[in-house]
Design a protein. Sequence first.
Length: 211
Amino acid sequence: MVKIIAIDGPASVGKSTLAKKLSKKYNSPILFSGRLYRAIAFEIIKKKVDPNNIKDILKCVSSLELNNLESGNLYSSEVDTLSSLISAKKELRNKLIKFQREFPKNYCNRSKFSIIEGRDIATVIFPNADYKIFLWADAKIRAKRRYEQIVKNGKKARYKTILSEINARDKNDLTRKIAPLMPASNSVLLDTSYIDIEQAFNALKKIILEV
Ligand code: DC
C-alpha cells in the first residue's frame, strides 16, 4: 500500500522544494494542497466573485482539476493573500477534503509514497499518515530566502514587504479557528532556520528511513 508523507509548515519554509526533492528521489507524486486554495482564489479574482459570498466561492470548487493546479498564475502576491484569507472558511475547507483524501488512491497507485504538503495535512486530512513532518523557520529567515530567490530570478522585490506579507499569512494560518497550522501531536519537527536545503533534505530522508 502507498505510504503517505504529510509535510506541513508555514509559508516559504521550503515545503514545496523539499517535497519535489523527495518526489524525485522516490519517484512519487506530490499534492501541493495550497494550490487548491490558490486555484480558488485565482477563480475568485478572474470571475470577480465576492470573496465573502461562500455560495459563489463553492461554485469555483467544481471546476477544480489537477491540471489547473499547474498554472503559473497561482503565484502572485494577490493570490498569496486571498488564498490565505479564503482558507479560513469552513465550508470551503470541507469541500476540499475529499479531493485531498482521494489523491493517493487516484494518483499514486504505482508509487511507494504519496507526498502531500500544506498546513493541516497531518492534523486533519491524513491524521494516520505514515510520516508526519512539520517544518519551521523563523519568519525573518523565510522572508530573506524568498527575497533572495526573487532577486536571483531577475525580479524586483522589497524585503520589508515580503516580511510583512509572510507575517500576515502566518497570522491567518496559525490563528484561524478551523484547521489552523500546527504540528500534529506525533509529528517530527524540523527547524530549517539555520540549515540549508540539502541538510534539511538529508534530515528528511533519515526520518523516512527511521520511522
Ligand atoms: O502552501 P501555499 O503557500 O501554496 O498555500 C496558500 C494558502 O493556502 C496558505 O496561505 C494557506 C492555505 N492553505 C491551507 O489553509 N491549508 C493547506 N493545507 C494548504 C494551504
